[in-house]
Design a protein around this ligand. Structure first.
Ligand code: ASP
Length: 416
C-alpha cells in the first residue's frame, strides 16, 4: 500500500480539491492512505482565533473568515446545498465554539491544540465527502483515534506502541482512507498536535505502522530543490537524495520535508517521493537509502528570525563542561532549538530558534551566571556541499556575525 500526503497549498481552493481526485484517479484509489493538512492558511487563521480567545478579543471576528472560506469552497464543489457535508462542517464549528465557551484552562499550548485541530478535521471532511460525491469510495478516519501521544501540547511525542496497534486495527490497507495530518490525542483524549508542518510526519507514522511500500508528498514545487525559490534565484531540482541528506537538509531548516518525517521511514527503508501535484506525471525527488545526492550541487538553506546568544563567564574563567550542561538544561527548559554552537575558552555562542517566545525568560536566567550579549532577528544560512563561488555569492551584502565550516557544510550567521 501507499501513503500520500497533500499539504495545505494543494487543497487551498476548489481546484485543489478537484485535483486530489484527479491524482487519485491517475494513480488508482485502491491501497492508499491519504493524509491531508488544513486548507491553505487555515492553521494560521486558527492561531488568530487562539490569540483572540486568550486575549479576550472578539473571537467571532477571527472565526468568521474561516467559516466563509470553507463554505465557499464547498459551494463550488458540491452540487447540492443540502449535502450532509454542510451539516458536518457546521457541527465542527459548533464543537469548537462549545470548547471556547466551556474551557477553563489558560495554558496557551493546551488551548492552541484544542482549537487548531479543526483545520485538518474540516479539510479532510470536505475532501472525503467530495470524493464520495464523485463516486470514489473512501473511509474518513479520525487520526486522533490512531495517533496517541504524550501531553506536550504543540510538540506532542508519539507513543509508538499504542499508535501502531490502533492504526493496524483501524486502517484497511486495501481500501482508500482519508485522514488528517498533524493531530493526535493524549491519554486523556485531549487533542494534541505534532508541531507546525507536522502532517508530513503523520504520513511517516502511518507508513511505518502499516509497512507501506512508499510515501508520496504532493507539493506545489517540482520536488526537493537545492534552495527555497522564495529566497534564492534559479533553484534546481534534486533528483535523488539519501535519507541522511534529507534529514540534514530538514534539520538545517529546508522546509520541504518535516525533520521528524524521515526517522520512521528510514528505520524501515520506506522510500519517500516528493512530487508536484501541478504536474503529477513528473517523477520529482526520490529519497531512499544510501543513494548519493544527484546532481551534486550546493544546497542553500536559510532560517530567518534566529537569535545569536554569546555567553562568557562573569570572572573570565573557562567555560567548562559543567557550565555547558547548565546552559543546555536551560535551552531545554525553555524549548529553544539550538542550531549552531561555537565555543572558545571563555566564551560560548549559540544560534537558537525562539519558536516558543521564551527568549526573555531564558536571558534572565542566563544572566544569573554569565555575561550575556545577544542579537535577535539574525539569519542562519547553511550551504551543504559548498564551493567557493557558493560562499562568495552568499556572503555578498551581508554583515557576517559568525561562520563555521565543516567537511560538507558551511554555516553563516548574518544580518539580514
Ligand atoms: N496544518 C498544519 C500547519 O499548517 C500542519 C501541516 O500543514 O503540516 O502547520
Amino acid at each position: 500500500m501507499k501513503v500520500y500526503k497533500f499539504g495545505g497549498a494543494s487543497v487551498k481552493d476548489a481546484k485543489g480539491v478537484r485535483n486530489v481526485l484527479k491524482v487519485l484517479e491517475t494513480n488508482g484509489p485502491k491501497n492508499k492512505l491519504v493524509v491531508i493538512s488544513a486548507m491553505g492558511k487555515t492553521t494560521n487563521a486558527l492561531e488568530e482565533v487562539v490569540n483572540a480567545y486568550l486575549h479576550d478579543q472578539n473571537v467571532q471576528e477571527a472565526l468568521q473568515p474561516i467559516k466563509e472560506y470553507h463554505h465557499e469552497i464547498m459551494l463550488e464543489i458540491f452540487e447540492h446545498r443540502d449535502a450532509p457535508v454542510f451539516q458536518k462542517v457546521k457541527d465542527f464549528f459548533a464543537d469548537l465554539e462549545n470548547f471556547l465557551a466551556h474551557n477553563r484552562s489558560e495554558n496557551y499550548d493546551f488551548v492552541y491544540d484544542q482549537i487548531v485541530i479543526y483545520g485538518e478535521l474540516l479539510s479532510t471532511t470536505i475532501v472525503s465527502s467530495y470524493l464520495s460525491a464523485e463516486g470514489m469510495k473512501n473511509t474518513w478516519l479520525d487520526a486522533r483515534n490512531c495517533i496517541k501521544t504524550d501531553s506536550t501540547y504543540r510538540d506532542a511525542q508519539v507513543q509508538w506502541k499504542e499508535t501502531q496497534e490502533r492504526i493496524i486495527e483501524q486502517v484497511d490497507p486495501q481500501a482508500l482512507t482519508i485522514t488528517q495530518g498533524f493531530i493526535g490525542t493524549d491519554e486523556n483524549n485531549f487533542s494534541t498536535t505534532l508541531g507546525r508542518e507536522g502532517s508530513d510526519y503523520t504520513a511517516g507514522i502511518f507508513a511505518y505502522c502499516l509497512n507501506a511500500d512508499d510515501v508520496t508528498i504532493w507539493k506545489d514545487v517540482p520536488g526537493v530543490l537545492n534552495a527555497d525559490p522564495r529566497v534564492f534565484r534559479n533553484p534546481s531540482l534534486l533528483e535523488q537524495i539519501s535519507y541522511e541528506e534529507a534529514i540534514e537538509l530538514a534539520f538545517y531548516g529546508a522546509s520541504v520535508i518535516h525533520p521528524k518525517t524521515l526517522q520512521p521511514l528510514q528505520r524501515k527503508e520506506i522510500p519517500l517521493y516528493v512530487r508536484s501535484f501541478i504536474d503529477p506525471v513528473t517523477p520529482g525527488t526520490a529519497v531512499k537509502k544510501g543513494q548519493p545526492i544527484l546532481p551534486k550541487i550546493p544546497c542553500f538553506i536559510v532560517k530567518r528570525n534566529q537569535v545569536l546568544i554569546s555567553l562568557s563567564s562573569l570572572d573570565f574563567s573557562f567555560i567548562m563542561e559543567e557550565n555547558i550542561s547548565h546552559i543546555f538544561n536551560l535551552f531545554h527548559k525553555f524549548q529553544m532549538k539550538v542550531d549552531l554552537i561555537q565555543n572558545s575558552a571563555i566564551s560560548f555562542s549559540v544560534c537558537v530558534d525562539n519558536k516558543f517566545n521564551n527568549l526573555e525568560k531564558l536571558i534572565n536566567q542566563l544572566k544569573a551566571t554569565f555575561r550575556v550579549t545577544y542579537n535577535t532577528g539574525v539569519s542562519l544560512y547553511t550551504i551543504r556541499h559548498f564551493d567557493d563561488t557558493a560562499i562568495t555569492d552568499l556572503e555578498r551584502e551581508k554583515k557576517i556575525l559568525l561562520k563555521q565550516t565543516t567537511r560538507e557544510t558551511v554555516q553563516i550567521v548574518a544580518i539580514p
